[in-house]
Design a protein around this ligand. Structure first.
Ligand SMILES: *[C@@H]1O[C@H](CO)[C@@H](O)[C@H](O)[C@H]1NC(C)=O
Length: 257
């Protein structure tokens, strides 16, 4: 991690009500008069910016290889913190370019790193803004399970991670990836925020149980595949190359059931 300042920032441990109010306040930034001006996603144009995962037509060759009925999807997972430049590097330079080739063969999971608190909350290393960013990304994945959408959205906000979870950024990326901003917000504030915090707790617990501590840790088939930390790749026995990851996924996908 480049961003070591403010380690385990505010240890503010509001009670459930206090936390809910905090979550609400974070979403309802002062100065935003119209919260929901998002038109129906159905009519939102979807420009293919550099961060968009462009669905590519399957070639006959690919289709011949695919036998979905007797092939098991290969678990691919990245463990990140939303306000972390290593997460950006890892999604931008490894996960997205690989997913363009193998998204149909992968069971993709984005998990978060943080510390569950005793009062049902979560402490995030870069503070409550990061927790909110994590929750927004979890909500996107919940509402839009297709990685082409949720991963494109997450990449979009992660490339501007300093501004997470500012409304302008979230809204722009939601529009770009045809995500219904209101639905995203409804998810983040559902049950006074308890729903999102619950998802985040489950996610950080999953990372802890996997023994993962560094953002960004990529795991393939439930084993550490590569780590991006402090702006460098480490613990990457197969190398950090996109082609190597794609080949490893293909190999695992083709193995006999
Ligand atoms: C994908 O992985 C998740 C988490 O391990 C698991 O709960 C789910 O059943 C998997 N889905 C498929 C289709 O394999």
């Amino acid at each position: 991690m480049e961003e070591k300042r403010g380690l385990y920032l505010p240890a503010a441990r509001p009670n459930r009500r206090g936390r809910s109010i905090m979550l609400l306040m974070m979403l309802c930034f002062a100065g935003y008069t119209v919260w929901w001006a998002v038109s129906s996603p159905a009519v939102v144009p979807r420009p293919h910016g550099p961060d968009t995962v462009v669905p590519h037509p399957s070639t006959p060759e690919v289709q011949k290889q695919l036998e979905p009925a007797d092939r098991k999807l290969v678990p691919l997972e990245a463990h990140i913190m939303s306000k972390c430049p290593d997460a950006r590097d890892c999604l931008r330079d490894m996960i997205l370019p690989a997913m363009i080739h193998v998204h149909e063969k992968v069971n993709w999971t984005l998990s978060f790193i943080g510390t569950p608190t005793k009062n049902d909350g979560v402490d995030c290393r870069h503070g409550p803004d990061e927790c909110m960013g994590n929750i927004i990304e979890l909500c996107a994945a919940k509402l839009y399970p297709d990685p082409k959408i949720n991963l494109g959205f997450t990449m979009c906000i992660t490339r501007d991670w300093r501004n997470i979870p500012k409304r302008d950024l979230i809204e722009a990326c939601a529009l770009e990836h045809a995500i219904d901003f209101q639905a995203l917000n409804d998810c983040a504030i559902k049950e006074d925020g308890a729903y999102g915090v619950g998802m985040l707790r489950d996610s950080v617990t999953r990372s802890t149980e996997a023994g993962v501590k560094l953002s960004c840790t990529v795991r393939l088939n439930e084993e550490v595949y590569c780590i991006r930390d402090g702006g460098e790749w480490k613990d990457c026995p197969h190398g950090p190359g996109v082609n190597d990851l794609v080949m490893n996924i293909e190999k695992l996908y083709q193995r006999p059931a």
